[in-house]
Write a protein of this length. Structure first.
Length: 740
């Protein structure tokens, strides 16, 4: 029997008045007509109204008890989560050639207020990204003869032609991303450092000087693409690591910036914290720039150097206006192999921004000397790490007190306070557990930050200004991650799992509950696989836990929902802080196995063919869907369970308007990209698609026919498949297809 929820207030004032009027004949039979307006009837109505108000307040007791219970458990409501993103800054005046310093906590106005997270040096430069792109199939066909002639000019036995292609036009990002390793012949990203105007190129070089302000530390912003490949070779593969890539700049061989041919390269050392987490999330890499005398610029003009753009040289730029502004280059290349690196945006002079607002030097009130005092902060959804609180001592000076998670663990003389971040409430001790501020002492907030919510999830280009003189701003990508503060109902739903896992990941259920509760993301399904290492597909490995996540689907059709890089990183960060020491943990997406179905059905008389055909297709897709309401039990298709044609026939037969199912065939993707009939057991009609325990089926194509007595032998015409070619030892050479 489920635990009932009693509604103590189930009667209205009208109900109370009607009941009292019904009792009149039994108690005062002489009062035969209690009409509205009579003095007695007025007393009845007044009493009914007061009784209704009293019952309403009584009915609030369960909610107060629930709130008190949550407080006793040390489980306050979760505060709002701030959105975050990248901002690219530039000098407002293009002729401004001096560095500009940006401090942390600079306000960024907009529909939702943001702030910069860290200080930065803004160089008087533009950064434009280029790729040595492989020619498309259409371009390659027209370049065969040109390539042979160029090989004779460059005295090469083998070459790899490329097209100099600018990325992220106008500073705007590309959410679907560009895979650097796959689309570039040299597997490198090139960032051209450009003076704002050609006349100031030497002044821009001078900004690299260390004489007055020390070395120039250039902020390079990187944002990995959110896309997940539908046919990824390794859905459970390892993430890109920062150590797999190297930052370089061409070296000068003389004081005027002349560079050897082929050029030598200086490896740049990132400084400070890499907030990209190894290129796993949008963030900043800070590079220490060399002196102007070390700043190389390889020749870009083929009239001056016929080998311009060939081999290991930067891509050749044939636009004279851009070439006249060149100061130097930055290259991002793989250190050893070429791991996948799909970038949604890259640029220089970038800063991280977050949807919070800073407040400083605020007076909260005066202590009355009593135990368990509470003070309300000027805002809720407070960032606990930013809160600095001070309490006045007897000599009038202010002393900083430290924040503690639970005052129960504070000592008698501990200058500690407790914070309810969502409500923005400060709590002090009782003299036994934590000191009590003495009577008359003022309580002051030195600094605090607050904010968050879905209002901060802004489209690209929304933020276009910064509260800093001399600078303008551009938002290349949408800000992400903002979520509203938790409600009481949501906290109650979280309560049972919290009591189980105690905010620690130990059991499979703990990992699943904590993963589902990751703030700022919407997860439909979680599978925990203990003792499984995903990269090598190894089972029974002690101390290893793998968590697979399925994001909430937008539509119930292929392609199935795939976890983005940011979602996987958010879940990993949450679990990593709560796992047991020594546990090797991985968070990965889903390895989908593509399948197709063809089915022949007979219709009930009077039903439209198109309607029934669509219904059968939807029923089949729903049966194999990985999240609710898919699958037999409405929770999604089980991991590792082999789909069979007989089971799918049942789903088709249950569709309204279907009289009979004459046959159903399952298909698997062949090595050439075509669909092949799934195998069946000898002498048995059942077809099945074998799955590993970490795999799910993905229904790519469905063919429903109504005029056949058996299922078609192919759902679609055979595919042609595709392949790629590596560059090997061939030398990259620049081509201009539109001019050849």
């Amino acid at each position: 029997m489920p635990i009932p929820y009693y509604n103590l207030h189930d009667r209205s004032a009208e109900d109370l008045a009607a009941e009292m009027i019904a009792q009149i004949p039994a108690h005062t039979p002489d009062w035969r007509n209690p009409r509205p307006g009579d003095p007695g009837r007025a007393l009845i109505d007044l009493f009914a109204w007061m009784g209704d108000r009293l019952l309403y307040r009584v009915n609030l007791l369960p909610e107060r008890q629930r709130l008190a219970f949550l407080r006793l458990l040390g489980m306050p409501l979760l505060p709002a989560v701030p959105a975050a993103g990248l901002l690219q800054l530039a000098h407002s005046n293009p002729r401004d050639t001096a560095r500009a310093a940006v401090s942390a906590r600079v306000r960024v106005p907009g529909p939702a207020e943001f702030e910069t997270l860290a200080e930065a040096q803004i160089a008087p430069l533009d950064g434009r990204c280029y790729l040595k792109r492989r020619p498309s199939d259409a371009e390659a066909g027209s370049l065969t003869a040109v390539q042979r002639e160029l090989e004779e000019v460059y005295r090469l036995s083998g070459s790899d032609p490329y097209v100099t292609t600018p990325l992220f036009q106008g500073g705007r990002g590309t959410p679907e991303g560009v895979d650097i390793a796959a689309e570039a012949v040299d597997q490198s990203l090139w960032i051209a450092l450009l003076a704002r105007v050609p006349e100031d190129r030497e002044a821009a070089r001078a900004a690299f000087s260390r004489e007055d302000r020390g070395p120039l530390v250039l902020n390079v912003g990187l944002a990995p693409a959110e896309r997940v490949e539908e046919d990824s070779d390794d859905p459970l593969g390892s993430a890109v690591q920062a150590g797999d890539w190297v930052w370089q700049m061409p070296l000068a061989t003389s004081a005027d910036g002349a560079t050897a041919s082929p050029p030598g390269y200086l490896t740049l050392a990132p400084t400070g914290t890499d907030t990209t987490g190894g290129f796993r999330r949008a963030g900043i890499v800070r590079l220490v720039m060399p002196e102007p005398a070390e700043l190389g610029l390889p020749e870009n003009d083929p009239d001056a150097d016929v080998d311009a753009g060939v081999g290991d040289r930067p891509p050749r730029i044939d636009d004279p206006e851009t070439a006249a502004r060149l100061v130097s280059w930055i290259r991002l290349r793989p250190a050893r192999t070429a791991p996948r690196l799909a970038l949604a945006w890259a640029g220089v002079n970038a800063v991280e921004v977050e949807q919070r607002r800073s407040l400083r030097n605020l007076s909260l009130g005066v202590s009355d000397g009593s135990a368990d005092q509470r003070f309300q902060l000027p805002a809720g959804s407070v960032d606990p790490a930013s809160l600095v609180l001070a309490v006045q001592r007897g000599d009038g000076a202010f002393e900083q007190w430290r924040r503690i998670e639970d005052l129960h663990f504070a000592g008698r003389d501990d200058s500690a306070f407790q914070l309810d971040a969502e409500a923005g409430v400060i709590g002090f001790g009782d003299g036994v557990r934590g000191r009590v501020p003495q009577a008359g002492a003022r309580v002051r907030v030195i600094e605090m930050r607050h904010g968050g919510g879905r209002a901060g999830n802004l489209a690209a280009g929304t933020l276009a200004a910064i509260s800093q003189p001399r600078l303008s701003a551009l938002q290349p990508l949408a800000t992400r991650g903002g979520a509203e503060a938790e409600t009481l109902d949501e906290a109650e739903k979280r309560l049972p799992s919290r009591l189980r896992h105690q905010d620690r990941a130990v059991t499979e259920t703990d990992y699943a509950d904590l993963a589902r509760g990751t703030p700022g993301v919407d997860i439909a399904r979680v599978q925990v696989m203990p003792r499984f290492r995903p990269f090598q597909r190894l089972s029974d490995v002690p101390g290893v836990v793998t968590v697979q996540v399925v994001p909430a689907p937008a539509v119930l059709k292929a392609p199935h929902p795939r976890a983005s890089r940011s979602l996987i990183q958010a879940v990993h960060d949450r679990l990593d802080a709560r796992r047991m020491v020594g546990t090797e943990m991985y968070v990965v997406g889903i390895d989908y196995v593509p399948v197709a179905v063809s089915v022949s059905v007979g219709l009930v008389a009077g039903h439209a063919t198109d309607t029934v055909t669509r219904s059968v297709e939807e029923a089949l897709r729903l049966s194999l869907f990985p999240a609710a309401p898919g699958g037999r039990d409405g929770a999604g298709w089980p991991f590792g369970r082999a789909p069979s044609n007989l089971e799918l026939e049942v789903a088709a037969a249950r569709t309204e308007g279907v009289r009979a199912v004459f046959g159903l065939n399952l298909f698997l993707r062949g090595s050439d990209g075509s669909w092949q009939v799934a195998p069946s057991a000898p002498g048995h009609p059942a077809q099945a698609v074998a799955l590993e325990r970490w795999q799910l089926p993905e229904l790519r194509d469905v063919l429903v026919v109504t005029d056949a007595t058996e299922a078609p032998g192919s759902p679609l015409p055979p595919g042609t498949g595709s392949g790629g070619s590596g560059s090997g030892s061939a030398q990259p050479i620049p081509v201009v297809p539109e001019l050849c």
